[in-house]
Design a protein around this ligand. Structure first.
Ligand SMILES: [Zn+2]
Length: 409
């Protein structure tokens, strides 16, 4: 009932009606993680409780869901969305690539790049910009590194990495790491204790890993609820790979789809995408990275490995993950849990980072808590409060980056 009333209001502000495809809000009965995992093989789940899940799915995924879960499935609503197919977008700028009215505070790709360059330019002692690779449409994937006491011993300093926006429509997940970059730089200058800690730390921040998708999502100043990158898949007009299903660890073993039309399409092989390949290369070249956060939206969760199996990671490592997640959650009020408690999903960043590089990696699902409080498009009003909520959790992770096992003492 609530859905029926709220959804049209919620969505009418988001989507225009120039028809070229549809998205559907569906509700599927599922009472445990095993049942949820079966649904997650087809679609990305948005809301989860003990009775059902909801998902916003495209036409392709709806068809598959109907086939597999017909009797358990209910379509709550359908709505038209614009799809711009395959056209390469020159640069990142222009009026067409601005956020919808009221949300201009969010950073476009050009604005992210300008801010990162500016931060490095004005703080040469403490900040350097770098490029980890190019997106599928050829945009630079830019980040900044932040330290105190110079970069000559960078490779010996324990490092934390922050990555934002694997998923195009999760724009808040660009803002938070970007604001954290500015925050850490300022803090080095104003807080001597922090500065002295940063003499033995590096922070690597890549706030926008999927610029093509993020720009597509706002093209024409209308949100499109786009999730994937903008790969033109061979032999089909279906666009995009789910970057957070494209990492190699347990790739393709659940919670992702082999079908290019799916919103959780895993790609043709692990690291088939330039965006994930760039992360892989950067991390391989920086063995000083010990901790990491991959920012996503939404649900207000702190997730830790494994996501690809119900098994826990075990040993001291599991204790560290739990202790860190529950401590960080005290500050931001999010729910800490093992990723697969929601449902199994393979090929994500954190499982790979931990399995292959022993990096203590957390997925933060940022504000809001549900679709009914804004979902992927909560509005610019949440940016500042979400940032404030996450300063302490991220600073805590940074503090223990030199030796995460210290949290057990
Ligand atoms: Zn995401």
């Amino acid at each position: 009932m609530i859905l029926k009333i709220i959804l049209p209001v919620l969505l009418s502000g988001i989507f225009n009606l120039a028809f070229s495809g549809s998205m559907h809000l569906v509700k599927v009965k599922a009472t445990n993680k095993q049942q949820r995992s079966k649904i997650a093989n087809v679609a990305h789940l948005e809301t989860i409780n003990s009775k059902f899940v909801t998902a916003i799915v495209n036409d392709h995924d709806l068809k598959v869901l109907k086939k597999k879960f017909g009797s358990k499935l209910k379509i709550e609503d359908s709505f038209a969305v614009h799809q711009h197919k395959g056209k390469k977008r020159p640069g990142g700028g222009g009026d067409e690539y601005e956020f919808p009215k009221g949300d201009e505070k969010f950073h476009t790709y050009d604005e992210v790049i300008a801010d990162l360059k500016n931060l490095a330019e004005k703080n040469k002692k403490n900040v350097k910009s770098f490029i980890i690779g190019k997106s599928i449409e050829g945009r630079d994937l830019m980040g900044v590194k932040i330290t105190a006491g110079g970069f000559s011993k960078e490779s010996k300093k324990p490092a934390m990495m922050l990555i934002g926006t694997h998923h195009a429509r999760e724009h808040l997940s660009t803002e938070i790491p970007l604001m954290l970059a500015e925050y850490f730089v300022k803090k080095i200058k104003t807080d001597s204790a922090f500065k002295s800690m940063m003499e033995n730390r590096v922070v690597y921040i890549v706030p926008l890993l999927n610029p093509d998708g993020a720009l597509h999502d706002i093209q024409g100043k209308k949100y499109k609820m786009w999730r994937k990158n903008r790969r033109k898949n061979k032999g089909t007009d279906r666009i995009g790979v789910d970057l957070n299903r494209n990492y190699s660890y347990r790739w393709g073993q659940g919670g992702s789809s082999k079908s290019p039309g799916s919103d959780v399409y895993m790609g043709t092989k692990p690291f088939s995408e330039p965006e994930t390949k760039a992360v892989k290369k950067f991390i391989e070249e920086h063995s000083n990275i010990k901790t990491m956060i991959s920012f996503h939206t939404f649900s207000e969760l702190i997730l830790y490995p494994w996501g690809g199996t119900y098994d826990p990671v075990g040993g001291q490592e599991e204790k560290v993950f739990k202790k860190m997640a529950t401590t960080m959650a005290k500050w931001n009020g999010y729910k800490p849990q093992q990723s697969s408690d929601l449902y199994v999903a393979t090929g994500d960043t954190c499982d790979w980072a931990f399995a292959e590089h022993n990096i203590f990696c957390f997925t933060f699902e940022l504000t809001p808590s549900s679709m009914w409080s804004g979902g992927f498009y909560p509005g610019a009003k949440v940016i500042d409060s979400t940032f404030k909520d996450n300063i302490k959790p991220v600073s805590y992770l940074l503090k223990y980056t030199d030796d995460v096992y210290k949290v057990l003492k």
